[in-house]
Design a protein around this ligand. Sequence first.
Ligand SMILES: Nc1ncnc2c1ncn2[C@@H]1O[C@H](COP(=O)(O)OP(=O)(O)OP(=O)(O)O)[C@@H](O)[C@H]1O
Length: 208
Amino acid sequence: MTTTDLLNVRSLSFAYERRRIVDLWSERFDAGLVWLRGPNGVGKSTRLKLLAGALAPQYGSATLNGKVDLLTDPLAWRREVAWVSAEPPPFEHLSPAELFGFLAGLYPRADRARWELHIEGFGLAPFLRQPLRQLSTGTQHKAALAAALALGTTVLLLDEPLNALDEASLVHWRACMAQAAASPDRLMLVVSHEELGVTPTRELILKP
Ligand SMILES: Nc1ncnc2c1ncn2[C@@H]1O[C@H](COP(=O)(O)OP(=O)(O)OP(=O)(O)O)[C@@H](O)[C@H]1O
């Protein structure tokens, strides 16, 4: 019997100007929660950006479920992959509710009921109608996480998701990661310098 990897990264390469940061990166991922680790500057965020389609690789590609290719099917790829960067979320003029409404129009399996559960879990109800730029760093981050978690994508890429989360939000976030670790058909790929607080399906440690 042959099995197909959920995510197959093949020789992905990227250089900022002339400095090669990601060099022929090949990796196979199954479903679950993967903790991507490594020292500062090793290229963790750059890898997430490449997989998110936010940076274009200079060589190599990646395939989802043996079907959707990063380079040749970029629109289908984007519908299957959500990314929350370590930066404040884009569209700072939108409120958390508007952010989800906007993203829900782009992702075919976005689920409002699931989003509402994360709004409750992260204690975001009082902030739903305020522009993101008026919210605290942690609240903006939670709004981005709540939206991303509800998009129903096959892959969720998260860069330092534990940053700026208060204790109550960490409890909810850890429950989300534990659920991701048990998923049979979705991948949550997390870059974090902090301990996750749950057991990942796999740890992937990058070396300089
Ligand atoms: N826009 C850019 N232009 C030029 N170089 C960049 C740019 N963004 C990142 N780099 C460089 O690429 C390298 C990898 O950066 P990246 O952010 O991917 O590392 P990281 O492993 O996520 O680091 P950290 O743990 O500090 O977040 C670093 O040397 C960084 O200086």
